[in-house]
Design a protein around this ligand. Structure first.
Ligand SMILES: [Fe+2]
Length: 474
């Protein structure tokens, strides 16, 4: 009995030791790779676009009723709003009527535009800028004056300042599939209540239809109105905004996008709506274009070179960059497509201590460590990303739910620069608390509205530049 007891005890203890060693090895593997690949298993269903007769695409009733209403920031400081809408029957009025609880009704007069794309003629696209608004104020506005009036509202941001709390939503690559609708609904119902959406490009995916059927630009405008008529979305151009189709005679890139979505680029000294900046609350937001020239001497390069020194961290502590094509991406989709832009601009981002770069394009989710890869000079062989506390965190949030489906195929093993990755649809929020702290969280569509699948406390790179990686915090 005694001998047997001893034997089984020793088998047990050697099994335990093996288990512990295995656990240690697995753990080491995780540490070496630096990141986490989520084990979440989502239901794999085909992603399809919602049919045109869906409720979400319904045009409003009434003669020449304004549709596809959307707003964005209209100046550098958040005291102006660009109101845009579309009329179908005739041009109608380009006036916006607006008022707050303690101001009388005022009028802003805009202009309307049309464009042709192959065999498509656009409806009348109106843009009017409402200026000199009070900060932190709810305004009501009306469009469709003279025909069918429709009323909406928005809240202006607080005055720009270093400790102004503000919550941004993050959505990318949205499209108009059933999954897109889930993403938007999740964003709307998120208890963290985003006040402005930072949109990282690829809006309608109309270009996936024969001859880039621009009716899908119209349906997308009607789909997102329920959010973007009430809070500004800050636009970034993606590859699906190019609509470059020489085979059908369409050789002017970005034609539908730039007619439909106006941005306040001149206010930041930009010469193109494809790159610009705004200040909002405690953040300075720089929007770049992956699909415009950015080499040395180009307009975008020169603009960014002059823009970065202008960022005043005493006024706007948080420096955020939006760009479509990610620089750090460990999926096997669009791998290295952002590389040439990284080579041009990454050293500046480190020098000016950008807090975070949000990108889309890859239809999945990924968050990087703070890394940089700027030492390489062709001959020195120093060509691997290194941990760098002056570098931004790179977040790919191209998982809005478009019809092209998810990117699921990942580089294995997970590279050290990748902190967390998961092939699910979703959105994120970036919740600035003060000049030192911001709370970031990512929400996958399959979960309840309040669930955070990934999160991180951001420490501001200018005011609190200590290690804020999730491994350092846990
Ligand atoms: Fe894209």
């Amino acid at each position: 009995m005694g001998v047997m007891g001893f034997a089984s005890a020793s088998v047990f203890s050697s099994k335990l030791a093996a288990f512990l060693v295995l656990g240690l090895v697995l753990n080491l593997g995780l540490v070496c790779n630096g990141g986490k690949t989520s084990t979440f298993v989502r239901k794999v269903e085909k992603t399809v676009d919602m049919p045109l007769e869906s409720d979400v695409f319904k045009a409003p009733h009434g003669y020449n009723a304004p549709e596809q209403v959307h707003i964005t920031q209209g100046d550098q400081l958040g005291k102006a709003v660009i109101v845009s809408w579309v009329t179908v029957d005739e041009p109608g009025s380009s006036k916006v009527l607006y008022w707050s609880a303690n101001s009388k009704k005022k009028t802003a007069v805009g202009k309307f535009y049309t464009y042709k794309y192959y065999n498509y003629s656009s409806p009348y696209i109106h843009h009017a800028t409402v200026r000199n608004l009070e900060y932190n104020t709810k305004y009501y506005y009306e469009v469709g004056i003279g025909h069918t009036k429709r009323q909406f509202w928005f809240v202006t941001p607080p005055a720009v300042g270093p400790d102004v709390p503000y919550t941004f939503g993050l959505i990318g690559d949205l499209g108009q599939s059933f999954d897109s609708n889930k993403t938007l609904t999740h964003y709307e119902l998120n208890p963290q209540k985003g006040q402005t959406v930072l949109f990282v490009g690829d809006l309608s995916y109309a270009d996936n239809y024969p001859n880039h059927d621009n009716h899908r630009w119209d349906s997308w405008g009607r789909f997102v109105e329920r959010s973007v008529a009430y809070q500004p979305w800050i636009w970034t151009a993606g590859n699906h905004e190019l609509d470059f189709a020489p085979e059908i005679g369409e050789t002017k890139p970005f034609k539908p996008y730039t007619h439909r979505y106006h941005v306040p680029y001149k206010a930041s000294g930009s010469t193109s709506p494809l790159w610009y900046s705004i200040k909002r609350a405690s953040s300075h937001i720089i929007v770049l274009s992956s699909y415009s020239a950015y080499g040395k001497y180009t307009p975008q390069y020169k603009w960014l070179e002059e823009e970065l020194p202008k960022v005043n961290r005493n006024e706007t502590p948080w420096l955020i960059v939006l760009v479509h094509s990610p620089w750090y991406n460990s999926y096997n989709y669009h791998y290295m497509e952002g590389e040439t832009m990284r080579v041009m601009f990454e050293a500046w981002f480190v020098k000016y201590k950008v807090d975070v770069v949000f990108a889309g394009h890859v239809h999945a989710y990924e968050r990087s460590e703070r890394v940089s890869n700027i030492a390489y000079n062709v001959i020195n062989g120093i060509c691997s990303p290194v941990k760098d506390q002056s570098a931004p965190v790179y977040i790919t949030i191209g998982d809005g739910g478009n019809l092209e489906g998810l990117a699921t195929n990942m580089t294995e093993p997970q590279p050290a620069y990748s902190a967390y990755r998961e092939a699910s649809f979703g959105h994120a929020t970036f919740d600035i608390k003060n000049r030192t702290h911001a709370y970031y969280s990512w929400h996958r569509n399959q979960d309840g509205y309040a669930v955070q699948a990934d999160s991180m406390w951001f420490f501001n790179r200018y005011y609190h530049p200590v290690d804020d990686s999730t491994s350092a915090q846990s």
